[in-house]
Design a protein around this ligand. Structure first.
Ligand SMILES: C[S@@+](CC[C@H](N)C(=O)[O-])C[C@H]1O[C@@H](n2cnc3c(N)ncnc32)[C@H](O)[C@@H]1O
Length: 244
């Protein structure tokens, strides 16, 4: 049956979000996120473009504070923390998720304790008065309801320090993105991805994701939506220097 990608499939649900998701399948899904993100989310580019320049700017001003909201399997936060350490930049990287299963997984995947893992929400961090130089998320926007999206954007702005930046990266919904993901994951569905939710939830994620125009129409003033390759959207807000 042909999949209709003209409108967001807002009622489609990702299986990994279910409270009764199979724990072994969930663990395999978290374990495979790193490979998926290495291909589609460009952690190396994220570090070079967004994180490293700000870490250099912190040279005399203390440790760079980075927050990953909805860290899932924790691979992006961990990749950033490892690169910061490799390059000798003092930093505190925090990964948060509202799902305790994700936080438990990430904590176990980081025996060196490079990242501070917390089961909490961005709203709670705002209430606690936390502030960061970089607030980011990956593959979270499409999970949210319309009000959840607005809350996340308002909270991420409040979590950014003067001169800092908030950047949310996600899939850009398109027939091409869907066809490419379906084709790329089909040959490994029974091997590398077997026993995980990656293929089924990845296809659902694409159906739930925004197009550039849809996201641009929903975000408050001050946020910029960019289309990136491959089939990516980048939603960015920069805190003015000298004013919160
Ligand atoms: C598809 S996973 C993405 C995980 C990871 N960021 C990645 O790129 O692989 C989305 C994650 O966002 C989390 N999440 C959804 N809404 C959230 C919210 N409001 N605050 C924090 N985490 C949230 C979910 O629990 C889930 O672990």
């Amino acid at each position: 049956m042909a999949v209709d990608l003209r409108v967001r499939a807002v009622d489609a649900r990702e299986q990994m979000d279910a409270a009764d998701a199979d724990p072994r399948m969930l663990a395999r899904t978290y374990a495979r996120f790193a490979a998926v993100n290495a291909v589609v989310s460009d952690p190396r580019g994220l570090y070079r473009r967004l994180v490293r320049p700000r870490a250099r700017g912190c040279a005399f001003g203390g440790a760079l504070r980075v927050l990953d909201i909805g860290c899932g399997g924790g691979d992006l936060a961990l990749a950033l923390a490892r690169r910061l350490r490799r390059d000798g930049h003092p930093a505190q990287v925090t990964g948060i998720d509202i799902d305790p299963r994700a936080v438990e997984w990430s904590t176990r995947a980081d025996p060196e304790g490079l990242v501070q893992w917390r089961c909490t929400s961005s709203a709670d961090l705002v209430d606690a008065g936390e502030q960061y130089d970089i607030v980011l998320s990956n593959h979270v926007l499409h999970h949210l309801t319309e009000s959840g999206l607005h809350a996340l954007l308002a909270e991420s702005r409040r979590l950014v320090r003067i001169g800092g930046v908030a950047e949310h990266s996600d899939i850009a919904r398109s027939r091409t993105a869907y066809a490419l993901f379906a084709a790329a994951t089909w040959p490994v569905a029974g091997t590398v991805l077997a026993g995980s939710y990656i293929r089924a939830d990845g296809l659902t994620s694409i159906r739930r994701s925004y197009t550039r125009a849809e996201l641009a129409a929903r975000v408050p003033p001050g946020w910029r939506v960019e289309k990136r390759m491959p089939a990516r959207l980048l939603l960015r807000w920069e805190a003015p220097h000298g004013a919160p």
